[in-house]
Design a protein around this ligand. Structure first.
Ligand SMILES: NC(=O)c1ccc[n+]([C@@H]2O[C@H](COP(=O)([O-])OP(=O)(O)OC[C@H]3O[C@@H](n4cnc5c(N)ncnc54)[C@H](OP(=O)(O)O)[C@@H]3O)[C@@H](O)[C@H]2O)c1
Length: 324
């Protein structure tokens, strides 16, 4: 089968198309013929061994994915496609079913076929969706859900979502609204309308207004794009308020220390717990019209390097899809 592989950590052009062996499903596994996948920030960070996040995180990344070179040669965490074959013990899926899901840190979705355990993050595609629409359901939403679950969102709670136009941010706005919180979203001018259309109660253009200086306070501040900090946001949190980061080694330390001190705190779940139940929950939300993944650009698999370069501008709105 064709797959995008890489043999050394580095810039996007370490990626290349190659013929590799097609995976064979084990007893409890499903073989999926992938029709669409995505390039996301996790793919990019792993491909360059988290070089941009500093030495400590880069070393940790290499410990997990291969010290000198990547152990898993095929990136890609999200997929939508058709079941091609099933193992003898598989009950939930049959050949021909349309499915979507997330392989997470196991990767392998930038290929014509991927094997998934039936108990893993795989589900039948929501009715009426195309493969391209279904491929980006998981990444932003599972990451946002992991963060937001820690914040006890409900009616009457005020949340500010910073970086509301990215993959995690666009999902975060919709999920926070689903949980009936009062949502203030922050993005740049070009994304105001998109973010408003996702259901934010109000949208702040960060090129015009600094939300930390307008006197408003929140129960929760979700930095969905890793560009803010607890220190800078602190004054905009209500007493006992929660700061939810999405990356940063310093935030790991703050998440260990601040909950023990009482008062305002950082909550950061590492490793993130994302389950099949979460994927089924997203499918239900989509079918109820309460969530839709935002798609920015689509590229054929052959243009994976170009797609990756675009994702690395850190300017995509929502998700970037690869079609196979
Ligand atoms: N996606 C993953 O799998 C994953 C997993 C774990 C952690 N993370 C981390 O989570 C963060 C977000 O990931 P993502 O995939 O959602 O990102 P993304 O989709 O690449 O975010 C792109 C968006 O960020 C906004 N942005 C860029 N610079 C900004 C700034 N200075 N202030 C506010 N917004 C800014 C841009 O919109 P504007 O023009 O409107 O600013 C753009 O729409 C990253 O730090 C990533 O490392 C991602």
């Amino acid at each position: 089968m064709r797959a995008v592989v890489f043999d050394r950590y580095g810039p996007p052009d370490v990626l290349r198309l190659e013929d590799v062996e097609r995976p064979v499903p084990k007893e409890d596994e499903v073989l999926v013929k992938v029709h669409a996948t995505t390039v996301n920030r996790l793919d990019c960070a792993t491909r360059e061994a988290n070089r941009r996040s500093g030495l400590a995180l880069s070393f940790m990344s290499r410990l997990v994915f291969g010290l000198r070179q990547p152990r898993q040669r095929v990136l890609g965490t999200e997929f939508a496609g058709e079941v091609e074959a099933v193992g003898a013990a598989v009950r939930e899926f049959a050949v021909g079913d349309k499915v979507f899901g997330s392989s997470g840190l196991s990767f392998g979705a930038h290929a014509e076929f991927i094997c998934m355990r039936e108990s893993a993050r795989i589900a039948h595609m929501p009715a009426g969706m195309t493969f391209e629409e279904a491929a980006p359901i998981c990444d932003g939403a599972l990451n946002a859900l992991t963060c937001l679950k820690q914040a006890d969102l409900r009616k009457g709670r005020r949340i500010l979502i910073y970086g509301a136009s990215g993959s995690i941010g666009t999902a975060g706005v919709q999920l926070a609204r689903y949980f009936e919180a009062d949502v203030t979203a922050v993005c740049s001018t070009k994304n105001l309308e998109t973010v408003r259309s996702l259901g934010a109660d109000r949208v702040i253009d960060y090129t015009q207004e600094d939300f930390t200086k307008n006197g408003q306070t929140y129960d929760v501040i979700f930095d969905a794009v890793g560009k803010h900090s607890f220190r800078r946001c602190r004054g905009s949190l209500r007493p006992g308020g929660i700061y939810l980061p999405t990356d940063g080694f310093g935030n790991l330390i703050l998440a260990l220390v601040t909950p023990r001190l009482g008062g305002k705190k950082v909550l950061f779940q590492i490793p993130p717990r994302q389950t099949k139940q979460d994927v089924l929950f997203l499918k239900e939300l989509i079918e109820a019209g309460k969530y839709r993944p935002v798609i920015d650009r689509r590229y054929p698999l052959e243009d994976v390097v170009e797609a990756t370069r675009y994702v690395e501008t850190e300017q995509k709105t929502g998700n970037v899809v690869l079609t196979i």
